[in-house]
Ligand binder design. Sequence first.
Ligand code: ASP
Length: 323
Amino acid sequence: MDRRKFLKTGLLGGVPFLTNGCDSIDTIKISKPIVIATWHTSDDANEAAWDVLESGGYALDAVEAGVKVEEADPNNMTVGYGGRPDREGNVTLDACIMDEKGDCGAVVFLKDIMHPISVARKVMEETPHIMLAGEGAKQFALEQGFEAQNLLTPKAEQAWQKWLKTSEYKPVVNIENHDTIGMLALDKEGRLSGACTTSGAAWKMHGRVGDSPIIGAGLFIDPEVGAACATGLGEEVVKTAGSALIVELMRQGSTPEEACKEAAQRIVDRNKRENRSLKNTQVGYIALNKNGAYGAYGIQKGFNCRVYNTEVGNQRIDAKHLI
Ligand code: ASP
């Protein structure tokens, strides 16, 4: 029998009984719809996604609607409008989206457009490509009817001015560099989708792109298996192909939580081998398998996420951590 038919469920919940790898997924109760997003502050984003899912809507619409809430929120200083700028004072945005067919779209180094996730979706649906960058991405967005606007809020500008006094690039774990919203959803029809959007690492070099818009790093979906996404120091996620790794581990039988833990462990092991300190490094992963089982894991204490289904409501989950 196909190994893909023996998915186990997540330790954090979602599906009420665990398998030992011997039950066909056909016999497993499937928990759907469901949405999970990085960081407990994503409660409003989850609500927006849930509204779509509960009424029988499409998972792709749900994740887009969900993360747009954070993109438009000036108080979220790591996503979209109000995001912290790079070291030269530019807000530059990265986002990607992926659907149940494994189709995807991304934008990187996009300026002046409040909803990069919607531009990423347009790249997926309206172009023969999967990724547009910088000026080309902005030009495409404008052609698609998006409006250009200044995304640097007075609050973010003040924070930048303050940072300029020391100009020290030293990510603060769980605060400055780790609030990308990544969202995964499974709709009533069993379609999996994901979205990931960020203003990236605060005070990054001009032109820097992290993991969040990179399919396989910041987000990955295999409709036959499940989905994963990342938040945290993007360079570490890219170096270990974090989200693709998690999906592959789930394919081989790991629960979502086990897979997230193993992906976090790879980062820790790699840095240990090179005698590099992980003191200022946080990476958090979330995963959702095609049955609606979910899990999360972080390198350091402090990573959390939010899950919404009929069983738990819109619930905060504090992820386990390695360090
Ligand atoms: N992963 C993002 C990046 O490296 C940062 C974050 O999660 O806040 O660009």
